[in-house]
Design a protein around this ligand. Sequence first.
Ligand SMILES: *[C@@H]1O[C@H](CO)[C@@H](O)[C@H](O)[C@H]1NC(C)=O
Ligand SMILES: *[C@@H]1O[C@H](CO)[C@@H](O)[C@H](O)[C@H]1NC(C)=O
Length: 415
Amino acid sequence: MVFYFSSTLLLFTLSSVLADEDISAIPLRGRSLESKKVFNVLGYGAHGDGHHDDTKAITITWAAACSASQPAAMLIPRGQRYLINHVTLSGPCKSSIMLMIEGTLMAPPKGPHWIKKTNRHWIMFSDVNGLTITGGGTGTIDGNGKTWWQNSCKINSRLPCKQAPTALTFYSCKNLKFENVKLVNSQQIHISIEDCRHVKIARLSITAPATSPNTDGIHVTRSKHVQVTDCRIKTGDDCMSIEDGTKNLHVKNIVCGPGHGISIGSLGDHGSRAHVVNVTVDTAWLYCTMNGARIKTWQGGRGYAKNIVFKNIVMGNVRNPIIIDQNYCDSATPCREQKSAVEVSNVLFKNITGTSASKEAIKLRCSTSVPCYSIALENVKLTLKGGDVVAESTCENAKWRKSGAVSPQPCTLGN
Ligand SMILES: *[C@@H]1O[C@H](CO)[C@@H](O)[C@H](O)[C@H]1NC(C)=O
Ligand SMILES: *[C@@H]1O[C@H](CO)[C@@H](O)[C@H](O)[C@H]1NC(C)=O
């Protein structure tokens, strides 16, 4: 092995770290580690055997990296499995941190480790500015969700409905990059971005069985300037769920399915006020998902969802390829007609092709009290999968226009 180091400072830094560690445990790639001080979890007591609890080792390695006065790299070496319980890794840190997850982080199954106070989150990053997480092609985060799913009221209706942990939560982080990691079998949501600014997520693979309950891929809320690119998401729930407070979200090159598709909402539940603005989903493939491009809001809410673009999307056997539903009601009792609603406007569906699994390929079900407006359909071609029945569209209280060829033939225009 030949290493080239561009600065003596780096040599000094690395040799001081390596002094008490096995050099072979650290895969040095000069470029990404340049001028960073390396903190290897194996040097802080991690076992990496998949049996011993490595939560404490992760916590103290983080504390050391976070308090380093120069850019730090925290390394979780490859080839090993690290058993981790609920953990919160908090900032602010003194400098930027690169977290290199090259091995597998594994959650314990549902059991006594999970106490009520902490069981909404498995791994949480809070208040960190300048965090980069990278998986180097081998990094895996395994939520070990099976026992949680079996105990879900959605799987066994005799059990009470209880929350399960979100695998990864980013809370109040700025300048976050998260790339090249595999996430599997989360207990519930895989990734939740909350109250964050300037986030770049790229090249993630997220996988859970189609039957796993509530295992959303990427959830975004109260966050601005978020990019999601080149991700492959197969789960039992939403591929992406885009919720209240999302501003300037750009999704590009995403493959979804199985799962519930890409959803904005649900917004406005329990009379709440919701604001979603500037969301673009560009270049997506959705296979065998329940929905394709979807906006859902509850009656009785307030606020808006506007400036939304879904374009260059291929649907393969999708149940509701294009759907706006302002009468969303996911409740045991029917939802009553109400006077207010989250206003939906300036939505463009452009270059959307493929097959629908149901007859109604386009559904615009807007509210009587707050109709949708400026809904545009441009170059849409959806056919019914494997049948000779032509696909159809339905619309209620939607002001919309089409340009280019739109099939199925839109229902009454401009009403
Ligand atoms: C939405 O995007 C437009 C155009 O890029 C920009 O002018 C506007 O400020 C954005 N709105 C918000 C709330 O960020
Ligand atoms: C339509 O979208 C598909 C899928 O993303 C893409 O391959 C194609 O180039 C797009 N067509 C146009 C005219 O942009």
